[in-house]
Write a protein that binds this ligand. Structure first.
Ligand SMILES: CC(C)(COP(=O)(O)OP(=O)(O)OC[C@H]1O[C@@H](n2cnc3c(N)ncnc32)[C@H](O)[C@@H]1OP(=O)(O)O)[C@@H](O)C(=O)NCCC(=O)NCCS
Length: 151
């Protein structure tokens, strides 16, 4: 594999359909697209010879105020790796990449929200240093935790 991680150009957003169903998750897709256009979201993709294998994003201002602090704390959003390419280190590489990008931007903290029953994601994020618990709560999808990593 000749994997590389790069910033997704705003006009290439429809390519994310290779990774998740933009039509089924239309409201989410519309929000992500408008955030990309406004610069509130940056999406990084992992690709192998033009084929998308995974994505991850940074968001600078979230509605839930504990997730972001202007110039200091950003939120890591929508990490997804194509099913048939999981457990090959792609998720970890994307998380490490986003951490480096955030450091280069001068940010001091990253946050993430993870469902408490999402063991793979919890293991990946805690392993990458997201080990400060900001909050444990419950929403429509079930119990989740807000984690923070100092950079
Ligand atoms: C979570 C997800 C992104 C992980 O991606 P991945 O490319 O498979 O992860 P990696 O191969 O880089 O794994 C890194 C580490 O995470 C942990 N991990 C990942 N998947 C795991 C699993 N199924 N079971 C247990 N641990 C797992 C392991 O510690 C792993 O290290 P190891 O392989 O050396 O044991 C992927 O499972 C996914 O896309 N899930 C659906 C979307 C999702 O839940 N996103 C996160 C929302 S918060």
């Amino acid at each position: 594999m000749r994997m590389q991680i790069k910033t997704l150009a705003v006009e290439d957003f429809p390519r994310c359909a290779e990774l998740w169903d933009l039509k089924k998750q239309r409201t989410l897709a519309e929000r992500f697209y408008s955030e990309l256009q406004s610069g509130n979201r940056v999406t990084y993709v992992c690709e192998d010879e033009g084929v998308l294998l995974g994505e991850i994003s940074l968001v600078f201002k979230m509605e839930e105020s504990d997730y972001t602090i202007a110039g200091k704390r950003a939120y890591v959003s929508h990490l997804v790796v194509k099913k048939e390419h999981r457990r090959k280190g792609i998720g970890k590489a994307l998380v490490e990449y986003v951490i480096e990008q955030a450091k280069q931007m001068g940010l001091r903290e990253l946050t993430i929200g993870v469902d408490l029953d999402n063991y793979p994601a919890l293991k990946l994020y805690t392993g990458a240093g997201f080990d400060r618990v900001l909050l444990i709560d419950e929403d429509k999808q079930g119990r989740y935790v807000k984690l923070m990593k100092p950079l």
